[in-house]
Write a protein that binds this ligand. Structure first.
Ligand SMILES: Nc1nc2c(ncn2[C@@H]2O[C@H](COP(=O)(O)OP(=O)(O)OP(=O)(O)O)[C@@H](O)[C@H]2O)c(=O)[nH]1
Ligand SMILES: [Mg+2]
Length: 463
């Protein structure tokens, strides 16, 4: 995409594939008006009423046949999405009509847009920054309302706005140090040095807070695999069904009911959670059940979170103790199920202490639904790493942003250490410039080789 010529006029169907009430064909570039004049017949030319819908016909320029009755709209440069002249035709949503409109535009000199090319032009013409462009892509790909909400905040520049004060603070630190380098008389005294160190530490912790939201942001974007693990008959499938609010898995009083793993996705506070119901772990001579148990171990290995289910009405079994040993290093949640039956809370608290569980067991009943909300909250907290408010906080959802922010924080740390250790100003300055560069990479002010190709190739055509 890097060899895109801006002399080109591009065209694409911007509505989704398939049949619909309305479909949209978009053109952008210097020749949109001459092309539209040949393609669109209306009482008034499009440029007479920019930004307003004009009713007219789409006409094949070779045969003069009308092939659709449409609304056309002209957005003159620079007040369009791409910053160039843009024309949109809102047609009837028949794939054949939309293809014909594109074919005619191609014959009149346009060329097909590559994926994300409209958004790339918007970025290169400085209508939006890079994080806003990525927000548009994420909004189109969103599968939960929460994902969409985060993406729309990004399209409105939430991340760039959040980073702006940090950038300004960093710039003023750089100016301060640069002037100390330029004017030898103004070498930093101890007081200024310790003030700079304090400023840097604050900046570091501010950006670190943002980096810390990446764990939650990553899970919100990609979803989280949660494997429900435990001995037979503890109520794993019942809990799976209760969380799904649907009788998806077979439940019986017979131990060994579930044979194969079963995956369904549920949304918890906007977080897509892929729940995996598994066969109960036990030694068995039944071949089918043996294979099922092997699959349980595979699901366990693949899980981001292991939800261990215990039976509140029974003592802890040696197989459960062995299971806790096996998953010592993992993200573990414990649900003590069947708490509608008589049980001893202390027994499970002892278990939590013994296995050093970071989060105490949640007492639930798949039957009465007691404790399910608390379990959902624990799942969210386990994913976010605690302390992240899913409704108000800005989450880092993109690996590229997380990587650049991490590098910024590292460069700030190096600069601070250099100041603390009494190095001359040039040393911390180099790291501060590096930090500023890393922040610039996030919004696209600083570019690195191949980044645009990488980002925009993940877009769909017509956007
Ligand atoms: N009292 C009570 N019984 C429950 C509860 N949850 C499940 N049960 C019962 O426990 C039995 C086993 O439930 P399942 O959900 O099939 O248990 P499982 O862990 O999936 O068992 P396997 O598939 O054999 O590993 C069934 O008779 C359920 O009705 C609960 O919260 N309270
Ligand atoms: Mg089961």
């Amino acid at each position: 995409m890097s060899n895109t010529s801006f002399q080109d006029t591009i065209v694409a169907i911007s509505s989704p594939p398939g049949r619909g009430a309305v479909g949209m064909v978009r053109l952008s570039g210097p020749a949109v008006l001459p092309i539209s004049e040949r393609l669109f017949q209306a009482a008034r030319p499009l440029q007479a009423t920019p930004f307003r819908m004009v009713h007219g016909n789409l006409v094949d320029p070779e045969t003069n046949h009308v092939f659709d009755d449409v609304l056309g709209v002209f957005f003159p440069t620079p007040r369009s999405f791409t910053g160039e002249d843009v024309v949109e035709f809102h047609c009837h949503g028949a794939p054949i009509v939309l293809q014909q409109a594109v074919q005619c535009a191609l014959r009149l000199g346009a060329r097909p847009a590559t994926p994300g090319e409209f958004t790339m032009r918007a970025f290169l013409n400085q209508r939006i920054n890079l994080t806003q462009a990525e927000g548009i892509r994420d909004l189109i790909n969103a599968q939960t309302t929460y994902q969409a909400q985060l993406a729309v905040r990004q399209t409105q520049g939430a991340l760039s706005k959040r980073l702006q004060p940090a950038k300004e603070a960093l710039l003023s630190l750089i100016v301060h140090l640069e002037s100390a380098v330029e004017f030898v008389d103004e070498n930093l005294d101890t007081h200024s040095r310790s003030r700079l160190i304090g400023d840097l530490a604050r900046l570091e912790s501010d950006l670190q807070q943002l980096v810390d939201t990446w764990r939650a942001g990553h899970f919100v974007r990609e979803g989280v695999n949660l494997a429900i693990i435990g001995r037979p008959n503890v109520g794993k499938s019942s809990l799976f069904n209760a969380l799904l609010d649907s009788e998806r898995a077979i439940v019986t009083h017979l131990p060994g009911t579930t044979r194969d793993t079963l995956t369904e996705t549920v949304t918890i506070s906007g977080l897509p959670v892929h729940l995996v119901d598994t066969a109960g772990i036990r030694a068995t001579t039944d071949l089918v059940e043996q294979i099922g148990v092997e699959r349980t171990y595979t699901a366990l290995a693949d899980a981001d979170i292991v939800l261990v289910v215990l039976n509140a009405a029974e003592a802890i079994h040696p197989d459960e103790t062995a299971l806790f040993e096996l998953i010592r290093e993992r993200n573990v949640l414990v649900a003590v199920n069947k708490c509608d039956l008589p049980h001893r809370v202390a027994l499970f608290q002892e278990l939590a202490d013994k296995h050093n569980l970071r989060i105490p067991p949640v007492f639930v009943s798949a039957r009465t639904r007691v404790g399910l909300n608390q379990l959902r909250q624990e799942i969210w907290d386990c994913c976010s790493g605690h302390g992240v408010d899913c409704q108000s906080d800005l989450l880092i959802t993109d690996a590229r942003h997380a990587e650049s922010l991490n590098e910024t924080v590292e460069a700030l740390q190096i600069a601070r250490q250099a100041l603390e250790e009494g190095y001359s100003e040039e040393v911390p300055l180099a790291s501060l410039h590096q930090a500023l560069g890393c922040l610039g990479i996030i919004t696209g002010e600083v570019t690195i080789e191949g980044i645009f190709d990488r980002i925009f190739s993940t877009f769909c055509i017509g956007k």
